[in-house]
Design a protein around this ligand. Sequence first.
Ligand code: LRY
Length: 229
Amino acid sequence: MEKNFLEQVKGKLIVSCQALPNEPLYSSFIMSRMALAAQLAGAAGIRANSVVDIQAIQDEVELPIIGLNKVDYPDSDVYITPTIKEMRAVAATGVQVVACDVTSRKRPKEEQLEDIVAQMRIEFPNTLLMADTATLADVKVANELGFDLVGTTMHGYTPETKGQDIATDDFTYLKEVLACSKVPVIAEGKIDTPTKAKRCLELGCHTVVVGGAITRPLEIASCFVQAIN
Ligand SMILES: CC(=O)N[C@H](C=O)[C@@H](O)[C@H](O)[C@H](O)COP(=O)(O)O
């Protein structure tokens, strides 16, 4: 019997397998093999970008997927599943969760987040929605709009939070998110050691997403080179 997503990933690791066109591993085949490695290692889920990568990963592994689609629009800085068009396309792959930007920034095409959520609930009632937030105010908005999960994905990646890191001072910001959110919290963003991942779960996060530290060899190799030089 298929277990539900929240049950499957509780207290476990989700591996983000993503590479954009400007990255050396940009390839759906390579992302599917990254996902296979994550599955063999015992990860409980995958986070993946774009319909083609999601489909390649679905062919390779059994794990539940948090899907997103990064697209740049000229009229907005929001790029993680920014409009209803990308939300639909990702949900139509059959992923268990669709993630999108939930920051206070203006969305492309004057679309409003509350309309997107309402439409998704009608068209894909069984798909969970994850809010990729940057601030506590974003977490509150995500709760008000009825998102099923809140992630810290955008913390440190908006002008307002630039330079910030959820791990600072034993995860002070993450503790605040946990105290504020009415729904399960997913720790995500710059979690670059097993110790940090474990700590996020100890603090009460439902699950933890690790990306670059596992699946971006350019980032990993750069860390070694910088430490040596
Ligand atoms: C900010 C943004 O666009 N984050 C993206 C969201 O999907 C990915 O590029 C990150 O790799 C992912 O969040 C995991 O984080 P990290 O790679 O730091 O473990």
